[in-house]
Ligand binder design. Sequence first.
Ligand SMILES: C[C@H](O)[C@H](O)[C@H]1CNC2=NC(N)=NC(=O)C2=N1
Length: 112
Amino acid sequence: MSSLAQATCEPCTSGTPPLDSNACKTYQAALPEWQIIDHDGIMKLTRRFTFRNFADALTFTQRVGELAEQAGHHPSIVTEWGKATVTWWSHDIKGLHLNDFILAARTDEVAE
Ligand SMILES: C[C@H](O)[C@H](O)[C@H]1CNC2=NC(N)=NC(=O)C2=N1
């Protein structure tokens, strides 16, 4: 398991500033398959996973849902035949937090 995936999520209050682009780039270096996007002014971390069929995409979706529930931090997941797109960001701070990178790393772990 990667060190990022093993890191501990920290409480994120609405007063916490979102990460700046330099910090985002630093953390993203450990997640080369993930992209940082600007969605209506909110920075998000996204990756599309591909599968043999819908059933495998759904199983993966369930696993991501479970890790999100454990962490109390939730992504957007679009589940389609043969693919699932996971997007992490911190709603309360309208941007990216280290927690999003930690959970993206954990998402990669359950994709295997
Ligand atoms: C009340 C509830 O704990 C909060 O809304 C949590 C739930 N899951 C969350 N998930 C994400 N990605 N960002 C949040 O700010 C967030 N807040």
